[in-house]
Design a protein around this ligand. Structure first.
Ligand code: HPA
Length: 285
């Protein structure tokens, strides 16, 4: 059994079709409406969940096969409500590989959202800036990613509704990205674009690892998102993702990195990210 998993006895492993189906059935019975958009909130960005109208909050502890989250700043609940008139399901608190979870567990909430009928997925994260011109607090939309975790949530038996060999040539939807650029322009939000590289963590990188990331074409490094986007693409979800650049990656300025600072900066610039996500959700056709 994966770390932190509560076995309900109803189905098998977290990521298998029985677990996904059982969690989706449980949620469907409680939500009373079909959410159109899923949002995965990253470190220090939980406030968006409090802005939903008519919110129903469902703690992970009550959902079959959902593990408990263990990281400070990552609340564990799904929140369903409307934002800009659109029915949304927000994942507040994610599962990370560094907590000991399997990639299939990390991706399980995304699979459950797909099972519930969501067509669009918006993900946020905190990341270290590799591109030297990024300042602290910058917002970066993901143009592409490098999954350098050597983990993949699709490994194992093919799940119903998923492709065995999903195309990953456009992981982040071109139409959604152009909508996000438009929203950013209209609302006066500075929005960078770049490549995100996911590592396992939980250590922050060494300066040599950051130079490696730079040579691999990364503009930002973090410990989430790519693995979830892989599962989302296997289910045909349109994806859009944003990084808050909370710090210069190791070795770039010589400053030491701390989780407290990551959380503080993420919370400080969360307002712009919320306005951006809200604008995108409202503008979705
Ligand atoms: N590296 C990895 N993950 C992070 C960082 C970083 O510098 N900052 C915030 N999340």
């Amino acid at each position: 059994m994966a770390v932190g998993q509560r076995g309900s006895g109803a189905a098998g492993q977290d990521g298998d079709i029985g677990a996904v189906g059982a969690a989706a059935d449980f949620l469907r019975a409680r939500l009373g409406r079909v959410p159109e958009v899923g949002v995965v909130l990253g470190s220090g960005l939980g406030r968006l969940a409090t802005r939903l109208e008519g919110a129903i909050r469902i703690p992970y502890a009550g959902i079959p096969h959902f593990p408990a989250t263990t990281v400070q700043g990552h609340e564990g609940e799904l929140v369903c409500g409307t934002l800009g008139g659109k029915p949304l399901l927000v994942q507040s608190g994610r599962f990370h590989l560094y907590e000991g979870h399997a990639a299939s567990t990390v991706a399980m909430p995304v699979r459950v959202m797909a099972e519930l009928g969501i067509g669009t997925l918006i993900l946020t994260n905190a990341a270290g800036g590799v591109r030297r011109t990024f300042s602290r607090g910058a917002l970066m939309m993901l143009a592409d990613h490098v999954n350098l975790t050597f983990r993949n949530p699709l490994i194992g038996p093919l799940l119903q509704g998923e492709e065995r060999f999903p195309d990953m040539s456009g992981p982040y939807d071109a139409g959604l990205r152009s909508l996000a650029r438009e929203v950013a322009r209209d609302r006066g939000i500075a929005l960078e674009e770049g490549v995100y590289l996911q590592l396992l963590g939980p250590t922050y990188e060494t300066p040599a690892e950051v130079r490696m990331a730079e040579r691999l074409g990364a503009d930002a490094v973090g410990m989430s998102t790519a693995v979830e986007v892989i599962a989302a693409r296997a289910r045909g979800l349109r994806c859009l993702a944003f990084s808050t650049i909370t710090n210069a990656a190791a070795g770039i300025t010589g400053e030491r990195l701390s989780h407290a600072e990551v959380m503080e900066v993420a919370a400080r610039v969360a307002g712009d990210l919320e306005r951006l996500v809200e604008g995108v959700v409202t503008g979705l056709s």
